[in-house]
Each structure stands twice: as C-alpha cells, then as structure tokens.
Design a protein around this ligand. Structure first.
Ligand SMILES: Cc1cc2nc3c(=O)[nH]c(=O)nc-3n(C[C@H](O)[C@H](O)[C@H](O)COP(=O)(O)OP(=O)(O)OC[C@H]3O[C@@H](n4cnc5c(N)ncnc54)[C@H](O)[C@@H]3O)c2cc1C
Length: 341
C-alpha cells in the first residue's frame, strides 16, 4: 500500500510505499529533501511532521532524542509512513529546488587508475561503462558496492560534473574497512565496480558571495569537485579553503592545489597540521583546522560556508562560522559518517 506524503507549505506531494522510508521515496522520485548519510547517522534529514503518523522505531535515540520525538520531529531516513503524512519544511526551502532533483540510477564502472596518495588515502579513477555518462552536481556522492557482498559504501566524487564519463574518489583506508581494505589490498586496474547515484545535497549555492571552505582528510573530495567546477565556470568568486590534516605525511595534491591558486582568480589554500611530526619541515598553520579558521578570520558575514569531513570537525566548524556572523542558511556540509551495510 502507498501513502501520500505532502510537503508544506508548497503542496508538493509524492507516493511512499509502506516498506520504504519517506526519504527513500523522495529520492526515488527526484524530490530534493535535505539529507546526508541516509541511515540515521548525521541528522540532516530531521523534519517536522505536521499531520499523519510515522513509524520511527529504526531511528536511534542518539540521532533523534525523546524530546524531539515528543515535538513531532522525525528523521525522514528512518520514518516509515503509517498513514498519509504532511511535513512542514523549514523556511529556507524553495519549491523550485525541491522539484529539481535527479533520481539516482545504477551505474557500472571500470577502474582505470588506483593510487595511494598518502599512507592511508587512495585516489580511484573509474570510467563509466553502463551508462557511459551521468549527470550530477559538484559535491554529490555515489554509493559503491563492496565487491562480492551486498554492502554499499558512500564516497564523494572529486571530479567536476563536466567529466561526466568518469568518477574520481578519495578513499580513506580504515582499519577493518570492508571496501577500503579491498581498495588497498585487492583492487586492480580493469576491475568492474557497481555504483549508484548521484546522492546528496552538498552543492554550491548559485551566487557571487565569497566562499569559506573547511575540509579534513578525504573531505577534500567534494570540495575539489566544487573548485574544479568554479574554475571551469570562469568564476571570479573569492574562495578560501582551510584544510586540516594531522601531520605532513597526511598532505597530498599540494601541486594541484598550488595550480588551483593560479587557475582561480581569488583562491587561498590554508593547510593546518594538528600534530606535526618532529621531522616535519613545516612553517604553516598548526592546530585544529577549526581553531585556525577562528584565528585567521574576522567577520564572515555575507559569505557562504562549505564544510566536509568528520562529524566532529563539522560541528566545530559550524559553531566557528556562526560565531563569525555567517548565517546558518548559508552553511552547507557533508558529514562523513560510517556507512551501514
Ligand atoms: C555522504 C557521505 C560521503 C562520504 N564520502 C567519503 C569520501 O569521499 N571518502 C571517504 O573516504 N569516505 C567517505 N565517506 C565515509 C565512508 O562512506 C565510510 O567511512 C565508510 O564506512 C567506509 O567504508 P569501509 O568499507 O572502508 O569501512 P567500514 O567497513 O564501513 O568501516 C570499518 C570500521 O571503521 C569505522 N568507520 C567507518 N567510517 C568511519 C569514519 N568516517 N570515521 C571513523 N571510523 C569509521 C566503522 O565503524 C568500522 O568499525 C562518506 C560518508 C558519507 C555519509
């Protein structure tokens, strides 16, 4: 049985089957509700139920607190409809954006390059084989099936949308990581991989506002796609990228970032090491990247913020940016939380 989900105040509606979550149904039908990880880890899809009933048993008490449930809030990635449902969206949703989604599709790809960039970060370049191109926005992510399993893992695309025939990923190698262990240990050029996507709303707002980016580790991937897109567009926007790494051995693509400072008319790259090694010859910033942002920036009023990396870094960066006068509605982020299989 299907229920009708209505998004207020616009009256946009879509069907949702009993056994799918409201978020799954919206993604399937190209409706752009906000979300991040899709499995209760990041809280980005929290929304107000205005009418109707939902089953929230799957939402953990950590992701959705009891008092939030009592106030009628739901995590749409974990909410199954028990009746027709009306959802009251936040004020900063726009109807045109809501309707502008591209439904994700299944994609087949082949590995054309796989290279270690640091001791625990790999760069993968995949060529799409079926279909041979696909549309996405800079900042979005795909899910990759772990070969030989039914498990899917989320990875952001590092290439700009103009490179529509390939997918570039930055993969952090995690101890015991089902997919990343396979990347570091068994993946070869020519191997086939199944993907699906695009997913996510981490994307550039169309404006001329100056940009502050804060990224950590493999969080550079979607930010790199955005920078590539801005370069190709001939954008004149001012961009500062603060990048957090532990020590010098965690830095990579320094030549590429240097080239980007020449390719974009007003781009600054500020790397920060939180724990420089004793042998590191480093005269750059030292400390948590969010402390460096706090130290280096005066007012950020009128700017846009794009944040990507571990959840702790993002929460801290949001506090810093807000404290410097940046409106919440102008901060976009993707939290790289672990993916359930
Ligand atoms: C929207 C989105 C985009 C993402 N993009 C990227 C990306 O571009 N590059 C990238 O490297 N990762 C990215 N991630 C994170 C990535 O999907 C997960 O880390 C994933 O679990 C890795 O799969 P795996 O099979 O290697 O490890 P798993 O088998 O899933 O996990 C192995 C172990 O590591 C733990 N773990 C998993 N993820 C993390 C984490 N992020 N931090 C600390 N511990 C963890 C698990 O709990 C488990 O114990 C993204 C996540 C999201 C939600």
């Amino acid at each position: 049985m299907a229920y009708e989900i209505t998004l207020l105040p616009f009256g946009v509606s879509f069907d949702c089957e009993e056994e799918e979550t409201i978020l799954e149904a919206s993604i399937r039908q190209g409706i752009q509700l906000r979300y991040g990880c899709k499995h209760g880890g990041c809280g980005s899809c929290k929304a107000q139920i205005a009418d109707g009933e939902v089953d929230l048993e799957e939402a953990s008490s950590f992701a959705l607190m009891d008092y939030e449930r009592d106030r009628g809030l739901a995590l749409l990635c974990s909410a199954y409809p028990l009746s027709d449902v009306a959802i009251e969206l936040d004020d900063d949703y726009e109807e045109s954006a809501l309707r502008s989604g591209v439904p994700p599709r299944d994609l087949e790809a082949r590995v054309v390059a796989a290279q270690a960039l640091t001791h625990d970060l790999w760069h993968l370049e995949l060529a799409l084989t079926d279909p041979t191109t696909f549309a996405f926005r800079a900042g979005q992510y795909v899910e990759v099936r772990v070969p030989g399993t039914d498990a899917w893992r989320a990875f952001s695309m590092a290439n700009p949308p103009s490179a529509a025939d390939r997918v570039e990923l930055l993969v952090k190698i995690l101890p015991g990581g089902l997919f990343s262990r396979h990347v570091a240990g068994g993946l070869s050029v020519g191997d086939a991989l199944s993907l699906r996507g695009p997913y996510g709303q981490f994307a550039l707002i169309e404006s001329e506002a100056p940009i502050v980016m804060v990224a950590g580790g493999s969080g550079l991937a979607p930010v790199w796609a955005m920078l590539g897109h801005l370069r190709e567009e001939g954008s004149r926007r001012a961009v500062t990228l603060f990048y957090g790494a532990r020590s010098a051995r965690d830095l990579f693509w320094l030549d590429e970032l240097d080239a980007m400072t020449r390719a974009l008319p007003d781009f600054r790259f500020v790397p920060a090491l939180s724990e420089p090694g004793s042998g590191d010859e480093w005269d750059g910033e030292v400390g948590l990247v969010t402390d460096v942002v706090a130290r280096r920036c005066e007012s950020l009023r009128g700017r846009e913020g794009y944040l990507c990396g571990p959840p702790g870094m993002i929460d801290a960066a949001i506090d810093v940016l807000r404290g410097k006068g940046l409106f919440s509605s102008r901060i976009r982020y993707d939290k790289f939380v672990g993916t359930d299989s």
